[in-house]
Design a protein around this ligand. Structure first.
Ligand SMILES: [Zn+2]
Ligand SMILES: [Zn+2]
Length: 427
């Protein structure tokens, strides 16, 4: 049908129509879909560079790039978006600026922070699709759980030496999701879990030396895998069939590739979709735990609990001298070199974390930020059989920047009609 070729003249300028002319020669291509798309790119390393470059060239309209790291000299051999003069700058910021140079009509924003602990779940709810350029299982697992909560497809990429794999995971509840859809966690082997534990072996605290991936990779394999990832993303955005639930595995030495199919594990913890996400006029800096818990109970009854999207480090306790240090920060903020007791120098203090708020806690008057909850996060109101997301929507501008005005996703909950949530401008 020719209507798939329809381009709205209001949204795409003449210059853009000209720029993307060759794409439109592809019969099913709809540039407007790409122009309207909101993509979260997690990781701005070797894969992330190729992903962001591809998305900008393809004319994806809205991109949020998240990464904690700064550019080093050793990145320059595998990062098309970075130059020597960028050394020392944040990867995400530099990648965003470079993408804007490639496609000036792009809305792009950078998040310079820990993607596991400090990236609010609201960005997953904002995005139409998440693309991972990650080098570790901890981040993959976290993204997987976030995507399943917010019902968003995600495209994973992995590279090592000159081999790589691209995988697509689409939750069952998504428009393109299939019943019995496997997720990333379903694919994890015992070895994967072992390596994940290793990463967190020091008392749950981040191991500084493991923060930066030192995986041997080349720009050739990252461009191959990121190319397949972005191509799958384009197909998802067009509502087309993808390798959902499968992995495309490429061996660089033999130049062989094959598809592998994954099975859903019935006892997998990631399959925990929120029944809906309500945009609350809240912010991490101002809303207190008590207020949030009250809303949870209002929604789901007096037995309801408030659940945080991730563990918060409440305190560290010395097993030797029993000295306690109250922290209330996200686990990503504390490195393993903080483990020894400052008083008695005992080698390892115990880490006390929590993720549930029931109403008996001593810290209910604290703001969510004072509990280590990042801005624009989503809290979970949970009862025995229901789970509803409460988004800290007043933080949206803080985290999304210029992306705040990007077109509203049709997956944003329209039923957020509670009097408290009704007047939000950005939904
Ligand atoms: Zn699973
Ligand atoms: Zn001590």
């Amino acid at each position: 049908m020719p209507d798939t070729l329809h381009i709205s003249a209001q949204s795409l300028s003449e210059e853009e129509n000209d720029r993307f002319h060759r794409f439109r020669l592809i019969t099913w291509w709809d540039q407007q879909k790409l122009r309207d798309a909101k993509v979260l790119v997690v990781g701005a390393g070797a894969l992330g560079n190729e992903i962001v470059k591809n998305l900008a060239l393809l004319g994806i309209g809205n991109i949020l790039i998240a990464d904690l790291d700064k550019i080093e000299n050793s990145n320059l051999s595998r990062s098309v978006l970075y130059r020597k003069q960028n050394n020392g700058q944040y990867k995400a910021t530099t990648a965003a600026a470079a993408a804007k140079e490639i496609y000036p009509d792009l809305s792009v924003h950078a998040f310079n922070g820990n993607v596991v602990y400090d990236l609010g779940l609201g960005v997953f709810n904002w995005a139409d699709i998440v693309i991972g350029g990650l080098d570790n299982r901890e981040a993959r697992l976290s993204i997987n759980r976030n995507c399943w909560k917010c019902n968003k497809p995600w495209v994973d990429g992995a590279i090592q030496q000159i081999d790589g794999a691209a995988r697509v995971f689409i939750p069952e509840g998504h428009l393109l999701g299939k019943s019995d859809a496997p997720c990333y966690e379903c694919t994890m082997s015992q070895t994967d879990w072992k390596l994940l534990q290793l990463r967190r072996s020091c008392n749950l605290l981040s191991k500084s030396e493991m923060e930066t991936g030192k995986t041997p990779t080349t720009p050739t394999i990252s461009s191959i895998i990121a190319g397949v990832q972005c191509q799958e993303a384009v197909k998802i955005l067009h509502g087309m069939e993808t390798i959902s639930g499968k992995g495309w595995v490429f061996s660089g030495l033999s130049t062989d590739a094959y598809l592998t199919e994954y099975q859903k594990k019935e006892d997998c913890f990631s399959h925990d979709p929120l029944e809906r996400i309500i945009a609350m006029p809240w912010s991490a800096a101002r809303t207190t735990a008590a207020e949030a818990l009250a809303e949870a109970k209002k929604l789901l009854g007096p037995e309801a609990e408030l659940e945080l999207a991730r563990d918060v480090l409440e305190k560290m306790v010395c097993p030797n001298c029993r000295a306690e240090e109250l922290l209330f920060v996200s686990l990503g903020q504390v490195k393993s070199d903080k483990a020894p007791c400052p008083k008695c120098k005992a080698a390892k203090r115990e880490v006390v974390t929590f993720y549930k708020i029931r109403g008996t806690e001593s810290f209910l008057d604290r703001t969510l930020a004072q509990l280590g909850v990042p801005p624009f996060d989503i809290l979970i109101a949970r009862s025995a059989d229901r789970a509803i997301g409460l988004e800290l929507s007043n933080d949206a501008a803080l985290v999304l920047g210029p992306l705040l005005n990007s077109p509203t996703s049709d997956t944003v909950d329209e039923t957020a009609g509670d009097e408290t949530a009704a007047e939000l401008e950005w939904t």
